[in-house]
Design a binder for this molecule. Sequence first.
Ligand SMILES: C[S@@+](CC[C@H](N)C(=O)[O-])C[C@H]1O[C@@H](n2cnc3c(N)ncnc32)[C@H](O)[C@@H]1O
Length: 267
Amino acid sequence: MDDPLSRNLLTDNPALYEARFPDPGRLAGRWAEDCLRRYAAPGPRVLDLGCGTGRDAAHLHASGRTVTGADLSEAMLEYARARRPGPVYVRADLRGFDLGDGAFDAVVCLDSALLYCHTNDQLDGFLAACRHALVPGGLLVAEMRNGAFFLGRTELLDAPAVDGFVWQGVTYRSTTRLYVDRTAQLLRRTRVWTTDDGSPPVEQRSAWRLLFPQELRGLLAAHGFEVLALHDGPGPRTEPVWREGDPPGETADADRLHLAARLAHRR
Ligand SMILES: C[S@@+](CC[C@H](N)C(=O)[O-])C[C@H]1O[C@@H](n2cnc3c(N)ncnc32)[C@H](O)[C@@H]1O
C-alpha cells in the first residue's frame, strides 16, 4: 500500500502543480537561458534535473538548446512528454545518475531541486554525477533556497502559512508549517491539504537541505567546479523579480541562492 506521507499531492498531479505555481512568463526558463549565455555554455546540450512538468526544459528547447529533462516522478515525466514536446524526458535520480560521459554542455537544476540532496553523501553523488555528465568547461546553473537566510531570522518559521486556490471547481486549502531540524541541517515542512469536495485531509512532509553559501563553494571546489556567481538575486523567485538585462547580485543574504559554476577539472 502507498504510504500517503511519501506521496506528494502536487508532484503526483502535475496539472495541479502548474495551477498552484503558474509561470506564464517562463521566468525561470528565461533566467536559466540568460545564465547559459552570460557564462558561455560551451555547447547546446542541456540537462534539466528535476524538470517537473517540463516548462523550463521546453523554454530552453525553444531557445535552440538540445534538452534532456530528468525527474524522479513518472507522473511529471508523463505530463511533460505529452504537454511539453521537444526535449527528451528520462527518469533519473539527481542524487546519482549516469546519462552519458560528457553528454552535456550544461546542467540546470531549478527551484531548490538540488536541496533534495539531504546528506553530504547525496550532495557528493549529485556533484560527481554532474561532473561525469558535463564536458570540461561545462556549466552548472542552479536556483534554490538559501540556508543562510535562516540564521537569525524566524519570519518563515513563526506561524503556519495558510493558502488557497481553486482548480477545476474544487477549492484547495493548505496549512504549511516549516521548522529547522538543526541536527540534520534540514528545513522540514508539514503541509495539510483540505478540499471542499468531501475528500479527507491529506498531510504531507517534505524536507530540503539547508545549504550555506560557503559550504556550497567548498563542495563545488572539491568536485572541480569554479564558482562564477553565487548570489541572492535578482532571480526568478525573488522580490523584486529578475528582468532581462539585470546583472547578478553580490550578496548571499536573502532567501534564494543563484549559482553558476564551471567544471574546471574533470579528474
Ligand atoms: C519544485 S519541483 C521543480 C520543477 C521544475 N524544475 C520547476 O522549476 O518548476 C521539484 C521536482 O524535483 C523532482 N524531484 C524530487 N526529488 C528528485 C530526485 N531525487 N531526482 C530527480 N528529481 C527529483 C520532483 O518530482 C519535482 O518534479
